[in-house]
Design a protein around this ligand. Structure first.
Ligand SMILES: NC(=O)c1ccc[n+]([C@@H]2O[C@H](COP(=O)([O-])OP(=O)(O)OC[C@H]3O[C@@H](n4cnc5c(N)ncnc54)[C@H](OP(=O)(O)O)[C@@H]3O)[C@@H](O)[C@H]2O)c1
Length: 239
């Protein structure tokens, strides 16, 4: 049975990188809100927390997806053919090696960051375009980062990650224009500095606060806000 055949009124969200960190919190909060949730991750068999959630929520589906592999994206799209998606959350992200200083840049490491953070969200949105188009009031969310903002950059460095998120923001702006006539809103969101493996132990907020805030922003997203860049509290971030 297709995920949302049982109840045509139930909305469907697909979340990448749903096994840990911010993605896992999105999965839990949307389940609690009654949505059909497709949580994607690279290794479903090792996603212990998703297995626990699955035993409590029958409207959770866990699917394998490595966002940087075209075969993986194609097989996900095939699996979901004919299923509408109201909300796509491109959350999976990769920082790359930390502390790389000017003079030590490595092109192959940079490419890996760009693959996951910039190229994959666009290709996945293309692969799931029909699903979104058939969704009711569909939204494509792109988890970006304030460090991709030019205006916010006062400390330099972070070449791989900063450039990958700045380029993602550019992708989001174009998508918001190209998908407008299909009724698909697009938005770049900064989750805050969040206590996850990526955010580290000095981060300022937990995943619950970040995700609850972003869910409110998504829920209230207007057409004027499509193609813009906001933080988890709905504050606009300069490009
Ligand atoms: N934490 C922060 O302070 C912060 C701030 C600004 C923006 N962000 C953004 O928020 C998003 C979530 O970050 P997080 O803090 O939750 O990070 P995290 O705890 O490091 O989790 C990263 C997630 O991305 C997944 N992922 C990485 N590469 C992937 C790939 N090729 N295919 C599929 N999944 C992949 C990981 O899966 P595996 O478990 O398989 O590795 C994991 O689920 C990212 O886009 C990040 O850039 C985070």
């Amino acid at each position: 049975m297709k995920l949302n055949e049982g109840n045509q009124m139930t909305k469907h969200v697909l979340i990448t990188g749903g096994n840990r960190g911010i993605g896992r919190a999105f999965v839990e909060h949307y389940l609690k809100a009654g949505w059909n949730v497709t949580a994607c991750c690279r290794e479903p068999k090792r996603a212990v927390e998703l297995s626990i959630l699955k035993s409590n929520y029958e409207h959770l589906k866990v699917l394998e997806l490595d966002v940087s592999l075209s075969e993986s994206v194609a097989s996900l799209a095939q699996e979901l053919a004919g299923t509408s998606v109201e909300l796509l959350i491109n959350n999976a992200g990769y920082y790359g090696p930390k502390g790389v200083k000017f003079g030590n840049s490595d092109a192959s490491e940079w490419r890996k960051v760009i693959e996951v953070n910039t190229i994959a969200p666009l290709l996945l949105t293309e692969a799931l375009y029909r699903n979104l188009k058939h969704g009711s009031n569909p939204v494509a969310v792109f988890i970006s980062s304030k460090v991709g903002s030019m205006e916010d950059n006062t400390s330099g460095g972070g070449y791989y990650y900063r450039s990958s998120k700045a380029a993602l923001n550019s992708v989001v702006k174009s998508l918001s224009i190209d998908l407008k006539e299909d009724g698909i809103k697009c938005v770049a969101l900064h989750p805050g500095w969040v206590l996850t493996a990526m955010g580290g132990p000095k981060a300022l907020i937990d995943t619950d606060m970040s995700v609850k805030g972003m869910m409110a922003v998504i829920d209230e997203l207007t057409w004027e806000q499509s193609g813009e860049f906001y933080d988890y509290q709905g504050k606009e971030i300069p490009w």
